[in-house]
Design a protein around this ligand. Structure first.
Ligand code: PAF
Length: 321
């Protein structure tokens, strides 16, 4: 029912005199002022400008249209136009994408962005295109860190038995089992209440998300583990894109690039300012973390990807300067 209603909104084509105007709905999981919100607005503004107003847009923020997995399904059946989503649930649709979710793979933001903006990123966008989705551009969520309500996490032993919400992603779940936590996959819209009610003790997300979601209201400790880089993708419905002219497709590509650039700029800003904000709001921030023992225990999760595809992609990613 939800998809049907949003489909009606997404497909709304308003006749305005001689020219038809089409409103594009951009779904995402976070607030309109978050890094995704900034990216969604950049998409809408760029598309509106390039198309001279033929296309307009509006955000459907904060998981209004469901969790990220629901929204991806919405794109496939054409009830949704456009989604900015982490890769969290994307591997369930395009298994090659699990390569990007491997823990401790990307060295830093420069490395991750070089991979996604280069040949590998293009190849993986093409794979998305083979699975009833259109991958327009790689955007960004950020390096993920662990928060919890129980104790400071500085070593894997501190994770022992901790009920930790993960994304619905088997690489991440295997990694956290290896590190000693009890991973509990859950869609993001359910997370705040689950933390509040103690259904789970903790979660892991980038500073961008921890601040946008005000997790300090329900979490005491944040450990800057940076255990995995979380890419985001700007995805469109093939049903929408197939109906466009070549010129219009070009506008969508340009708008997606502008969206990714705006989101990355916001990630950069929050990486600087966000940790101070966490402290100001009463979180204890643990910065002195030896990542090597976490990485050693998370290693087993690589086989989720390499058993199917071998190690070539992993080696190629590591080799990017
Ligand atoms: O934790 C998640 O599910 C994702 O990181 C989020 C917050 C939905 C952003 O893509």
């Amino acid at each position: 029912m939800k998809h049907f209603v949003t489909g009606l909104i997404a497909a709304a084509v308003l006749a305005t005199g001689a020219q038809a105007q089409q409103k594009i709905v951009v779904g995402h999981a976070l607030s309109p002022t978050s890094h995704y919100g900034v990216g969604a607005q950049a998409f809408i503004d760029t598309l509106t400008e390039l198309s001279g107003g033929t296309f307009t847009g509006e955000q459907a923020p904060a998981g209004q249209l469901g969790g990220e997995r629901d929204m991806i399904e919405g794109l496939q059946i054409g009830s949704l136009d456009l989604v900015i989503t982490s890769t969290g649930p994307l591997g369930n649709f395009v298994p090659e994408i699990f390569a990007l979710d491997l823990p401790f793979l990307f060295r830093d933001y420069d490395h991750a962005r070089a991979v996604l903006d280069g040949e590998i990123g293009q190849e993986l966008l093409a794979k998305i295109g083979e699975n009833n989705l259109v991958g327009l551009a790689w955007s960004e969520n950020g390096f993920r860190h662990i928060t919890n309500s129980q104790r400071p996490v500085t070593t894997p032993a501190d994770l022992d038995g901790l009920k930790l919400r993960t994304m619905e992603n088997k690489v991440h779940m295997t990694a956290f089992s290896g590190m000693g936590a009890a991973p509990t996959p859950m869609a993001f819209p359910e997370l705040f209440t689950a933390l509040q009610q103690g259904v789970v003790d903790g979660q892991e997300n980038p500073v961008t998300v921890i601040t946008a979601s005000k997790f300090w209201e329900v979490q005491k400790y944040v450990s800057l583990t940076g255990h995995v880089y979380s890419p985001a993708a700007v995805l469109a419905s093939p049903i929408l894109i197939d109906g466009l002219t070549e010129e219009q497709k070009g506008w969508f590509m340009e708008a997606a690039k502008a969206s990714a650039a705006a989101t990355r700029a916001e990630v950069n800003r929050l990486e600087e300012a966000g940790v101070a904000l966490l402290r100001e709001n009463g979180m204890e921030v643990i910065t002195d973390i030896d990542k090597a023992p976490f990485a050693a225990l998370a290693e087993a999760s690589y086989s989720v990807y390499t058993d199917q595809y071998g190690t070539e992609m992993v080696d190629r990613i590591k080799a990017v300067e």
